[in-house]
Design a binder for this molecule. Structure first.
Ligand code: MSP
Length: 686
């Protein structure tokens, strides 16, 4: 027998300097739904996700959190994995870029690029955006990054360069010959315009930090994080390994069928990645599919904006399936879409509780009541209504499949739910409960036909929706008496397959209605969660709201302290869930200081250099507060400082602590913390 065809799908690997939120969940759920559906179509499917763990951003976050980069990434990566497991995401492998298999594979790729003459040594001097991990065209020291607006840093280094400029024509040819390589069309056009405007060689190593994969034979350099990250798609399936099993795996699954990504990382995937692969003489992925952003309160949900919603909150209240359904139904794939708790609950009640849930419970409970729990035989005589439901079901199957194939999840679900509404209406119009009261064979036969028709339509919607809402559809399938839904071969789905006489299972509601209190609970959980994470990031952070290390960054956007694993019973001194213990808090040494000297830092319009007396000593502190405070007005002022932070260098000046401030608005305008009463210099805060 021939081997089944293969299907390889990937998510981006997520940075571990942020905890997972529903933006990450969105991409992962979309891939999970595709992977599940492919498996049900008989494909040998491989679904990969993972974490991106190297780079200066992560190194700094770890330092800020007071742990080693490895400890730091271990904890956050574990959180991602735990969340994906809780959500029953059916990934086949989880790659971490700090794993030996990745390091080995990445180095093999680097060597391969060198051997083929695509990597050379050169030097670079210019602006670097740490947030984007990218060299950028910015005016000069401190100038904003053209990609994200954050202040850039000036770097001068000797680097390895990749000959990206040599790939221009080949890339343009690729986009022209394979129009489906980049989807949707709008992204393809953007990428083509970018490449047409000219490509410069790309620096693919760094010497300014250590947390990365060493360049083979020249360990002073670490490999550029984006090259490192992109390579995960091949290292995870065995590239670079000598083990014959790995080699076979690579041959089997590469090239990927779909790299699913968010729209902000299109350039890396559609320009750099194919260029690296072409240079390495490796096959190219078949498609790169970019979705839009999940917005919350009108702006992109992201840690830097401090407007994230955690998936756990939704899991703990209405469960994973409602979130999955919402994300794929509500957001038109490819466009941006908004998330709100109200919309989530509204969708849940309308489509799941009242729609599918109602169809399932009324149909199955009437079969239990009137036919002792056995799927009844429909009569040979069919009314126009019965025929219409059967015809609509057939149409639904083919439309749903076509739309899903085109990544139009929202339309596909709308199609399937068109059948749900039609059948609910059919039930109401045919009044099986009234038929059951009528005496005579005809009424009994009609009752059997109506319930058979409803149950068969329910079966079809259930199996179509399974990849999107796996848990609840598996339960409905069980209640229909059909066993394990995952074993169903979707390729053969058609009307009339429901076995007559099938004994249905115990009927239980699958989607209990949510109400206002559910929304309130979710909002409260988020508030509690975000306050704690804000506190954490303040305590752990190296680059807070213009108050310390890196000027211009917002307080909510820097490091997160890795959470201690949540245990069911809180143990004194051990953090649970998103809370920290008093012991954690007490690790942060907050003290009252008095500003003795304050002056602007030359060439950095946001930075002030201060000398702050903290009682036991005078500390030099460099902080990004120059836009909000005149240096003269600060002298003599009492401030709060974090006294036990590791020192950092900024513009060559050592900053020996951080000043605590509130961060206001989108620009993170700093407002220094202070006291109404007089407090002595050096006093501790707790
Ligand atoms: N580490 C890189 C990717 C390397 S892939 C070789 C990265 N990581 S990330 O943690 O920032 O994750 C980015 C991805 O998370 C996005 O491309 C998208 O898939 C998902 N999303 C994160 N926030 C999102 C929204 N607010 N909305 C939709 N998707 C979001 O970039």
């Amino acid at each position: 027998m021939d081997k089944p065809a293969k299907f390889y799908i990937t998510t981006p690997i997520y940075y571990v300097n942020a905890r997972p939120h529903i933006g990450h969940t969105y991409t992962t759920v979309a891939c999970d739904a595709i992977a599940r559906r492919q498996r049900m179509m008989g494909m040998d499917t491989f679904f990969l996700t993972g974490t991106d763990e190297h780079g200066q951003k992560i190194e700094r976050s770890a330092t800020a959190a007071g742990c080693s980069p490895q400890e730091f990434v271990d904890q956050i990566a574990a959180e991602f994995r735990q969340l994906w497991d809780r959500m029953k995401l059916s990934y086949d492998d989880f790659i971490r870029t700090t794993e030996p298999r990745h390091v080995r594979g990445m180095q093999a790729l680097f060597t391969r690029l060198q051997e083929r003459g695509y990597i050379y040594k050169g030097s670079y001097s210019g602006q670097y955006c740490v947030f984007d991990e990218l060299y950028v065209d910015a005016a000069g020291p401190g100038a904003p990054c053209p990609e994200c607006g954050r202040p850039t840093e000036t770097v001068q280094e000797e680097n390895y360069f990749f000959k990206l400029s040599a790939m221009e024509d080949r890339l343009l040819k690729l986009y022209a010959e394979q129009p489906d390589f980049i989807r949707p069309e709008t992204r393809r056009n953007e990428v083509m315009a970018f490449v047409r405007s000219g490509l410069r060689d790309l620096s693919v190593s760094r010497t300014t930090f250590k947390w990365g994969i060493p360049v083979p034979g020249d360990p002073k350099h670490v490999i550029y994080v984006w090259l490192d990250a992109l390579a995960n798609y091949i290292t995870a399936i065995g590239f670079g390994s000598d083990d014959p099993k790995d080699k076979k795996k690579f041959e089997r699954y590469w090239p990927a069928d779909v790299h699913m990504i968010g729209k902000e990382i299109v350039r890396f995937h559609c320009v750099y990645w194919p260029a690296f692969l072409m240079a390495a003489e490796l096959p190219l992925p078949k498609a790169i599919v970019a979705h839009g952003w999940l917005l919350f309160e009108e702006s992109k949900m992201s840690k830097s904006r401090g407007n994230i919603v955690r998936s756990e909150t939704i899991l703990d209240t209405i469960g994973a399936d409602p979130l999955r359904y919402f994300l794929l139904r509500e957001i038109v794939f490819g466009s941006d879409g908004s998330f709100s708790f109200d919309a989530l609950v509204e969708r849940f009640n309308a489509d799941l509780a009242n729609g599918l849930g109602n169809l399932s419970s009324r149909t199955l409970s009437m079969i239990t009541r009137y036919f002792e729990g056995e799927i009844p035989h429909p009569s040979k005589e069919r009314s126009a209504d019965d025929e219409a439901v059967a015809a609509l079901a057939g149409q639904t199957i083919s439309d749903f499949n076509a739309q899903f194939e085109q990544f139009q999840f929202s339309r596909a679900l709308e199609t399937a739910w068109g059948l749900v509404s039609a059948v609910n209406k059919y039930i109401v119009e045919n009044e099986p409960w009234a038929l059951a009261e009528k005496p005579g064979q005809d009424a009994r036969a009609r009752l059997a036909t109506v319930l058979y028709t409803a149950a068969e339509a329910l079966r079809i919607v259930t199996v179509l929706a399974h990849p999107v809402i796996p848990e609840s559809t598996a339960r409905i399938w069980q209640q229909l008496g059909l066993g394990n839904i995952e074993r169903f071969d979707l390729r053969g789905l058609k009307w009339g397959q429901l076995q007559l006489g099938t004994k249905i299972g115990k009927v239980e509601p699958v989607f209990p209605r949510a109400d206002k209190s559910t929304i309130e609970r979710m909002q409260q959980m988020e508030q509690e969660g975000s306050t704690t994470s804000q506190n954490k990031s303040q305590a752990a952070e190296s680059e807070p709201a213009g108050t310390g290390a890196q000027a211009g960054q917002r307080a909510t956007e820097a490091a997160v302290t890795p959470a201690v694993d949540a245990k069911a019973t809180p143990v004194p001194g051990v953090a649970t869930g998103n809370k920290i213990t008093i012991d954690d808090f007490l690790k942060v040494e907050l003290r009252v200081g008095e500003v003795k000297v304050a002056e602007k830092v030359k060439g950095a319009d946001k930075l002030l250099r201060m000398e702050v007396d903290i009682g036991s000593e005078v500390r030099q502190i460099v902080a990004g507060i120059a836009k909000a405070y005149e240096p003269e007005k600060l002298v003599g002022r009492k401030v709060v400082i974090v006294a036990n932070l590791q020192p950092r260098k900024l513009r060559g000046l050592e900053s020996q602590g951080m000043i605590v401030a509130a961060s206001l608005g989108d620009d993170g305008v700093p407002v220094l913390a202070g006291f109404l009463e007089d407090v002595p210099v050096g006093a501790k805060l707790k």
